[in-house]
Structures are given as C-alpha cells and as structure tokens.
Unconditional design. Sequence first.
Length: 394
Amino acid sequence: MNDHGVIVEVDAGYHDRENTVVYAPAPCHDEHSGHAVHEVAEDGSLGEPMPAQCVGFCDCAGEAEPDCEAMVAFIIPELKAGDKRRYAICTDECDTDLSGGVTVEMEEGKTASFLIGGELFTRYNFDQEQFVRPNAFPVLGPGGVHVTEYAESDHPHHKSLYVALGEVNGFDNWSEVEGHSYIHNQCVDVLCEGPVFAQIMAINDWVDPKGSKFMEDWTIITVYNSPDGARLMDWDITLAATECGIHIGDTKESGTLSVRMNTPLHVRHGGTMINAYGGISESENWGKPSPWVDYYGEVDGVKCGLALMDSPGNLRHPTTWHVRNYGLFTANCWGYSYFTGDQSIRGDYTMPEGDTLNFIYRVYVHAGDHLQAKTAERYFDFAFPPEVSVVDED
C-alpha cells in the first residue's frame, strides 16, 4: 500500500478488453464511505475516478477488523491485448464517484426491475398467478428496442429469457400443455446495488402438476453498468435436490437458460444466428457444441442482437444448443440422443438428495452484428478475464 491506497496491476493477457469488470483486493474498515479507483499514470498521478463497488460480505460499517480485506469491482473501459495498467484503490485519499450505476425496483411478489443510470434494462417477472415460470421481460437493447418476446401465437411457453427443463423426475417443466409442472417463486432478495452492478437472488420451488415440491433453483442475476450498446447480465443458476433425488432426462425440449428472440430478429425474417466456430443458421447450430451463440438482426431500424455464453465451469462445456430459425435458442446439454440421432448416447443426469448442480451464463445484448459487437472477444472477458495482481512497492 502507498499514499493512495492499494496499487493493483491489470494484465489484459492475449485479448483486447472493453468495458471489462475486474475484481481486486482492497482494505476495508469501518471509517470510510466507499472505495474509489483511479488509473495511475507513469508519473504516479491519478486519473479521474472510475465506478467502483465493494463486493462480498465484508461488514465495512459494522465490526470489521481494522485491516479487513474486501474485494472491489471496477470497470476498465479499454485495454489492448498485451497491455498492463495500474490502478489505485482508495478509501480516504481519493475522490469517490457513486453517481449513476445499477439499481433494482421491486414490486412485491411480482417483479424486480433493473435500471442502468435510471433507464430500464430488464425486469425479472415472478408473479405465479400470471406465469408458469419466472422470466425476464422486456430485455432492451440499444435505443430501448426489444430484443426478446413472449411467443404467445406459436410457442406460449417461450417467455423471453427463462430457466426450464424438459424432463425432471418424469415431469414436463418446459411446456405449458396440460399436465405440465411449474416453477413457483419462493422469494426474491436484492443482494446489492451500486456503481458497477446490481444483483438479485431468487429462490424458486419446482412443483409437480399437483403442486408437490420436488426441487429448488437458486438463481442469482447480475446486471452490470455497461453502455447502451453493450449490456451485460450474468445468470448463476443452482439446481438443488432439496426434497429427493433428481433425474434430469435426455430431451431436446430443454434449457437450461433459454431465449426467445423478437420476431424481426428471427432467421426466417432476415436475422442471423452464428456460433463461435462460424456455424450459421439452425442447420449448423442445432445440437452442435459451442461456447457461445449470437442471434442478431434489425428491429425498428436498429441493428442489434443477443449472445448467450456458456461458462467453462458448466457441466459438459461447451454446451450443445437447441436453436431454431423461428427465434428460440437454448443452452441445452441434455438432449444428446436427439442431437446425435443415437439412443445409446444419452444426456441424462442424476442428483442424489442434497446435491446441487451449478450453471453460469452470460447474456450479452449488443448493437450491430457479432463482428461489430466483438462477441468473440467479449466471451474471453467472461471466460478468461484479465489477471489482477497487487503491486508490492515496499
């Protein structure tokens, strides 16, 4: 630590970085009002303050130890491949900029709305009187255009952005046809709001057609303070066998995280679907593994799209995809027998009672096509972020 606070060095590594969230250790005590981050110039002077946010469970205003260490998140606007840059993480000696940021507006029992700089980005809808399963709608792209839709006319179970599985313990938790099961929200809590991100946690009960609970999911949604043309949202989904053993069946009709694109973006309406290997359209994406798929086109004269990214830590990464030219695409690592045409190759998965299974996905809502949005590079921000190290100046 020097006069400015902790100095950290961020190494871009092999990839260009844009609006990348990084995490660094910093001191935390009960006398400061927040952290600030400043870029450190070669002469040691500090640049303008950057949005920064203390994360984790360090109780800065309570009984924290004098030299308690927290993690601080901040956003690097740009860093070229191979470059390194230093930042000062301060508590008392630097200016703190807490303007703007991401907030959550709750409507009890119904919705949690994420606002970036006061403007709606998306809304998590969990009113079980209205919905079979929770979903995020609208999901707004550049200029406020809708990038997703409710597909009431052809697939009413395609509800914008949602979690669903086609066969769990013999129950259909994908469709809304007679005899389907449900996902009922138990609670939604706001974990944090701030200059860098806001975060909610939803606990949801998976119940059979008669209302008997057989599983839970614990879903954490994080929305970042990113520009209008490059919105970032992470879904951290834990399936929990809280009531009994769980069998997830091999079926193409399944998520885990699913998206229904807005009609003008569909391939059959002029949109484009592409994966990380250059596979185009349904014929080159359906059932194929890829770390990401991007679906884009034009809405109301605005070129935009949505990419869904699979974390390297997820089961069976890179995931296979259930994708359609009519706007559906889902990260589905379950339907192997359908994707291969071979019933001996199965995607079934079992969880003993008390077990959990975690998935993390990034949703990247962007302006332009996949090249203009630099989707491939943005995937590395998610999967292989810059390295952060503390500079020892003693």
